[in-house]
Write a protein that binds this ligand. Structure first.
Ligand code: 8Y7
Length: 276
């Protein structure tokens, strides 16, 4: 199996890919202005790459449950300077985390290779046209509802079956809009319109997603379901995040999206060695 993202290619089976999270939302405790924000995000991204992140996921919009929407211009002002700086290093694989086709287009022009789309459940095809045209990698994430509404009352008969059905339906829709299967990775969207029980079930069933025959991305890092299960506040969720990462790797997921890259790379490399 192969995942193609413009000039980059990942050939599976291969070691699990660690995707490092690069947040460009303005730092609430610094008033350094745009230049310093971009500086800090660039430095953070380079640190994550040094720690073993093979993909950097750059986002300028908070998608926490109930979070406010950000304008196109605001999002562009946050992410484009960071992508432009990082794009000077062609060895880095850059992913744009956005729900907006216009932001994705500009980010691809600035040097990103992957569109990480948490709103892949939308009806409007513009995002897929952007992805098809650029021959970009595409992360198709499952979400029930929107970030504003998703945690109100998540409901499924069988969450795993419904997520697999969503993947199949979106794959054919994407192909119909000119995106090649080899551009697409799938993501069950941990925490996006799911209760604690739904999240646990999806993680338990990760191996079932292999039947769709596309790379699977899992993002569990520091998420609030860990607190619901274990009572851990956000700055104390690393051990449980590492357990999820090691588990996901053993269950055959190909890409793990995390904040703590060095720790995750070590956990995942160990788990892979044991499972071999
Ligand atoms: C995910 C994500 C977030 C995820 C993918 C957080 C942007 C919330 N989570 N993208 N984004 N998968 N593909 O806690 O699970 O990181 S934001």
């Amino acid at each position: 199996m192969r995942w193609i993202a413009r000039e980059h290619q990942f050939n599976f089976p291969r070691p699990t890919i660690v995707m490092g999270i690069v947040n460009t939302t303005p730092d609430s405790f610094s008033d350094g202005g745009r230049f310093l924000d971009a500086d800090a995000a660039e430095a953070h991204a380079l640190r994550l790459a040094n720690e073993g992140a093979e993909i950097l996921d750059i986002g300028g919009e908070s998608t926490r449950p109930g979070s406010a929407e950000v304008t196109v211009q605001e999002e562009l002002d946050r992410v484009i300077p960071v992508i432009e700086r990082l794009a000077k290093r062609p060895e880095l694989v850059l992913s744009i985390d956005t729900q907006k086709p216009s932001v994705a287009r500009e980010a691809l022009t600035a040097g990103a290779s992957i569109v990480n789309d948490i709103a892949a459940n939308r009806a409007d095809p513009e995002m897929w046209q952007v992805v098809a045209e650029a021959e970009a990698g595409y992360v198709c994430m499952h979400m029930q509802g929107t970030p504003q509404t998703m945690q109100a009352k998540p409901e499924y008969d069988d969450v795993t079956t419904e997520v697999i059905a969503f993947f199949k339906e979106r794959l054919s829709l994407l192909l119909a809009h000119g995106v090649a299967a080899e551009q697409i990775a799938l993501d069950p969207g941990i925490g996006f319109g799911k209760t604690l029980e739904h999240n646990i079930k999806l993680l338990r069933d990760l191996n079932k997603f292999s039947l769709v025959e596309r790379p699977v991305l899992v993002g569990a890092s520091r998420k609030s379901f860990i607190e619901k299960l274990l009572g851990a506040p956000v700055d104390e969720r690393l051990p449980a995040s590492l357990a999820c990462a090691a588990w996901a790797a053993i269950q055959g997921s190909q890409i793990i999206r995390v904040h703590d890259v060095a720790e995750t790379a070590q956990a995942v490399r160990m788990a892979e060695a044991l499972a071999r």
